[in-house]
Design a binder for this molecule. Structure first.
Ligand SMILES: Cc1cc2nc3c(=O)[nH]c(=O)nc-3n(C[C@H](O)[C@H](O)[C@H](O)COP(=O)(O)OP(=O)(O)OC[C@H]3O[C@@H](n4cnc5c(N)ncnc54)[C@H](O)[C@@H]3O)c2cc1C
Length: 546
């Protein structure tokens, strides 16, 4: 039996110190007027590989910083279970991600607005992207400087990336030096959330500054187990820490920022979710909300492995001790070279059909090759490129399997369960091959190792996608914002039908953005923080005039 410990009250209790949670902790404590409790299930971000960009590859199977989730058997992927890493550490997934800084398309946010979410059109969210950003290239109307999130260029060009960008251009994909500029379409180098060659997670950018403010209390190794309610008003959080069950009360608001898997899990454990599932697990239903955990979206990627004609890949550096030590030394002395590289070096956004208004697929180009994510690099010179569909129609779910908060929920993205998704991934893969077949790229390719020359027809490519496709780590939309019956939060991110309870993380995206999801989640944290503070002022005014 766990000891029960009651704690003092706060103005805001935030669950999860991830991409969005660290932004909230900083912005809500900045004025010094509000007492904030930040609860994080993981520990401090001291692990060396968190801070070295290439180290992301070392964190895929590290239970000290990663929840190590995996999906249920995926019916359209030959019943394979797909890994789903998530950060369990200060900074959350921004401490273990691939560092690529991509916001999505302007049209993504205009679409959110079209769905009825007032205040979320691109022109509405742009000030928050700019406010968060410290852009190495300087400020302009789309970019900001002086914000907490450092965004930097890759340290130097690489011959394989140059060939890839050239080949893309020759195959009809224009060169693009800024995927977050006026137009996303094109091929070029990625920018990274990094500063002087070090990862710039939200723990580094936002939490570090706020950590020593007297009005912020940070509790690590603290697993939120349920939201406490007085009727339909959230009053606090129950959490497990060091063998004890503790409670923390919020005079203002409870804010869930546990991410796309854990925010719906905590809501379901608290009695908000699909009634039958909760009842079957012995959980008292407070509100039958089928939308909690529904509409899971994720980007599926299909990778091509290539053997290189020249020893210029990262494999060649990693596999030769002299080169390896050279790279280590260079990083220590200059913060440059291989260790400063993120998950992708270069990439492209393109349309698989000319009639589309904006790109529907993304390529990631990597200068190393492995059999699976996080595995050792191949013993030969190799590189990889992948295709992912940007706006999947497939919808999955997150559902608790137990009323024990330490049991992972069932996660099922249902990849490739829509015809459009299958067609798009096949069309995108053919476009990727066309780039690889341009002579400027071809000269570096000794062999297309996987899928290889026998994979020719659309059916072959689709079969390869089903056999090998995996996540690009972008789950969203499990507590979707909207006004339809299945939407979980309204356009001010308040849980519909409840008071003083908000969700502010990647789970609220009405649809996944067309690109990598960290930048948009930071924006959501920035905008969400403003909403909390605005509503606090408004509520105080109402209370004073009553
Ligand atoms: C391996 C990997 C590579 C990626 N690569 C990129 C990339 O290159 N570029 C990009 O833009 N995006 C990338 N992403 C995606 C991006 O990092 C995420 O979309 C983003 O970080 C999500 O932010 P979040 O705040 O919603 O959740 P998270 O950042 O995951 O934060 C949730 C936090 O809440 C904590 N938590 C959860 N449940 C509880 C609980 N019950 N009690 C207390 N604390 C709890 C977690 O431990 C975690 O710290 C990647 C993700 C991964 C995992």
């Amino acid at each position: 039996m766990r000891a029960k410990v009651n704690s003092k009250a706060f103005d805001y209790v935030i669950v999860g110190a991830g991409s969005a949670g660290c932004v909230l902790a900083n912005r809500l404590t900045a004025s010094g007027r509000h007492r904030v409790l930040l609860l994080e299930a993981g520990g401090h971000d001291r692990h060396m590989w968190i801070h070295i960009p290439l180290g992301f590859a070392k964190l895929f199977d590290n239970a000290k910083v990663n929840w190590l989730y995996k999906t249920e058997p995926e019916p359209e992927l030959n019943n394979r279970q797909v890994i789903q890493p998530r950060g369990k550490v200060l900074g959350g997934s921004s401490s273990i991600n691939g560092l690529l800084y991509i916001r999505g398309q302007h049209e993504d946010f205009d679409h959110w607005r079209q769905l009825g979410n007032t205040g979320w059109a691109f022109t509405d969210v742009l000030p928050y992207f700019r406010r968060s950003e410290d852009q190495e290239r300087g400020a302009d109307e789309l970019h900001g400087v002086g914000g907490p999130l450092s965004v930097s260029n890759v340290c130097e060009p690489h011959p394989l990336c140059e060939a890839f960008i050239d080949a893309a251009e020759k195959s009809g994909i224009p060169r693009n030096d800024d995927f977050n500029g006026p137009r996303q379409e094109g091929a070029g180098y990625f920018q990274l959330t990094a500063k002087n060659g070090r990862r710039w997670s939200t723990a580094a950018g936002y939490l570090r500054e706020a950590r020593h403010r007297p009005n912020l209390t940070l509790q690590t190794d603290a697993l939120a187990t349920r939201v406490l309610f007085d009727g339909r008003r959230a009053t606090g959080i129950e959490y497990a820490q060091g063998g004890a069950t503790r409670t923390a009360y919020a005079d203002g608001e409870v804010i869930l920022a546990g991410g796309a898997f854990n925010s719906p899990q905590v809501l379901q454990l608290s009695g908000l979710g699909p009634a039958k599932i909760l009842r079957d697990l012995g959980i008292e239903v407070i509100a039958d909300m089928p939308g909690v955990g529904a509409d899971l979206q994720d980007h599926l990627q299909v990778r091509m492995q290539l053997r290189c004609t020249e020893p210029i890949t990262a494999n060649d550096v990693i596999n030769r001790w002299r080169h390896r030590y050279g790279a280590g030394l260079r990083y220590i002395l200059q913060r440059k070279g291989l260790l400063s590289v993120g998950a992708g070096y270069a990439g492209a956004f393109l349309r698989t059909r000319p009639e589309l208004a904006t790109p529907d697929v993304q390529f990631h180009f990597l200068i190393f090759s492995t059999e699976t994510a996080g595995a050792a690099v191949h013993p030969f010179s190799g590189f990889m490129a992948s295709v992912c569909q940007l706006r999947p129609d497939s919808r999955g779910f997150v559902r608790i399997k137990s009323n024990d908060p330490s049991v992972p929920p069932a996660i099922q993205p249902r990849y490739l369960s829509s015809r459009t998704d299958c067609d798009t991934i096949v069309a995108g893969f053919k476009k990727l091959r066309a780039v690889m077949n341009e002579p400027v790229m071809r000269r570096y390719i000794a062999e297309e190792r996987k899928p290889g020359p026998d994979c020719v027809s659309d059916a072959d490519i689709l079969a390869y996608a089903r056999a090998t496709g995996t996540t690009v780590y972008h789950p969203t939309s499990t507590c979707r914002m909207g006004s339809d019956p299945n939407a979980v939060v309204d356009e001010r991110l308040r849980v519909r039908g409840f008071e003083r309870l908000r969700i502010i993380d990647a789970s609220i995206m009405p649809t996944v953005v067309s690109g990598n999801t960290n930048a948009a989640t930071v924006m959501i944290g920035e905008k969400g923080a403003d909403m909390v503070l605005e509503d606090t002022v408004a509520n105080a005014r109402i209370a004073a005039s009553a």
